[in-house]
Design a protein around this ligand. Sequence first.
Ligand SMILES: Cc1cc2nc3c(=O)[nH]c(=O)nc-3n(C[C@H](O)[C@H](O)[C@H](O)COP(=O)(O)O)c2cc1C
Length: 243
Amino acid sequence: MKYVIINGSPRKKNTWAVVKQVMKNLEGEFEEIHLMKEKIPMCNGCFRCIMEGEDKCPHFEKISPIVEKIRQSDAIILASPVYAMNVSAILKNFFDHTAYLYHRPEFFDKKAMVCVTTAGAGQKKVANYIDETLRHWGVNKVFKIAIACGGKDSLETDKVDSLVSKFAKDAESHKLSNPKFMDIVFFNVWKAMALSDDPLEADKEYWFKTGLVNHDFSPAVKLSIVKKAFSKALSFILRRVIR
Ligand SMILES: Cc1cc2nc3c(=O)[nH]c(=O)nc-3n(C[C@H](O)[C@H](O)[C@H](O)COP(=O)(O)O)c2cc1C
């Protein structure tokens, strides 16, 4: 199993202690990416990744190897401390550089483990935000550890260990879960946009090149009958709304 670790903490302390505990319970290869060391310039809001293609981002040389490592992995471990009730700025900057993945999701076969630490507040909200971002990337299933350290050095390892073993079992099985209804909604919104009369060119190219335009969801993921019907009905409606 290949795990890619994206560390959004500028230092290796509380959040890294959780990541280390997670690693202790997993078997496989680990590729560590410490965003602080990557020195990714701030997203300058040029829209080029979204409109023209991710390779047109002025920081493509920095972002592309990280995205490639995610592509080569079986599962992602994504970690952040809570900063001012949100993710760290370095992680948010990385997420901003991957906003094009909302339009062109590709990680349908990936599982993820989110690790968030805080002094006292915001851990659930931040873990949920990271979960939401990963699902927009297409990630199939997200597990979450959200811990308030409250000045203590100790972790509730029982809770961490049992969740990690569920994550490991799921990732190692390579079985893909039925997506949530919201995942199907977003899939169909982007698909309808790619099929519209006035599509964003980079999106259109991606949706046609991958063949995703012809599917109710990523073909790698088996939909239940109900979700298949839901996706078809939604696609029918959205094709008429988004022209
Ligand atoms: C700039 C900054 C902002 C923070 N904001 C919050 C916050 O909003 N709520 C909170 O409970 N803790 C906050 N904290 C505390 C950290 O979330 C907490 O200490 C975390 O475990 C640090 O992780 P690290 O050791 O990986 O840096 C903040 C810490 C820093 C440095």
